[in-house]
Design a protein around this ligand. Sequence first.
Ligand code: GRF
Length: 202
Amino acid sequence: MVRKLRVAVFISGSGTNLQSLIDSCEREDFPARIVLVVSSSRDAYGLERAAKAGISGEVIRQKDFPSEEDFSSALLTRLRSERVQLICLAGYLKLIPARVVAAYRDRILNIHPALLPKYGGKGMYGMSVHRAVIESGDEYSGPTVHVVDEIYDNGRIVLQARVPVEPGETPESLQKKVLAKEHETYPAALRMVAEEILKGER
Ligand code: GRF
């Protein structure tokens, strides 16, 4: 039987990337298992996706804690209770506290809907990313999976995939194309990283 890395997925919304990771992890030969979903919002549809897949989902919001320190402690306690080895951010709209980044150094991945290092950084999310790509006249866009550090969209790039920006493309049509590509790219990146980590543990 293939060994499986224990993964937590952090979400804030719809969770279509979470779904693609759930579907991949259900394959017997996939080297990861999702053991926890953390949401920054009570209304995230992704929580239903987790429930349907029999995965524990939990809402952990910074605003419910008196300080960042307490929020970090709550996150770390929950992550450790599930023996989480890797965190995948999938549409998580909050900044991960520095203490959590330090505790999971090189063990947090994020997916961004553009070809970093372009179109990243604070404020670059959702439709503003796709609008900026179209305005720039770039011929290609596509998702980037990268390692998370203390700076938004800054860490080492793990995997990218390209989609063409076609004549007449709108931010909405580009978002759709990039999102479809994300659903292939995130599981592929997770497989690579999980295999690497498990190899190192042998
Ligand atoms: C995706 O476009 C991802 O790149 C970005 O947030 C969006 C999340 O979508 N970080 P979903 O919740 O996975 O559907």
